[in-house]
Write a new protein. Sequence first.
Length: 123
Amino acid sequence: MARRILPVVLAAAAQLADWLGAHGLARDALLAALPFAAVGALVVFGEFVDSSREGRAALQVACSGGIVAFLVLSCAVRSNAVHGVPPLGVSSLAAVLVLFAVKGLLAAGPLARRAGQFSPVKP
């Protein structure tokens, strides 16, 4: 469970730190999120290979790979920054947060469909 939640929390903390001007803390949070996101991407890819390869699973894999790529890009751009954060670092972090939101919506889709099948109990 922590493998799924921790990268999201760390990326959100990095965004908050950027808003508050603590760019070093944001970089550290992104560096901490990177290994957890990479392991999560490998697990999702393994589940995709073992499963029936449906469209939703393929989109989960693509989102996970994009998250890792954008985290690496944001960390690399931020490591060479002298003052503030370059725009590429900010936009790649925004892309990471958008991809996390897409992954959350993909995961919530089957749950919402299943919840819609329930009917109220008749007295």
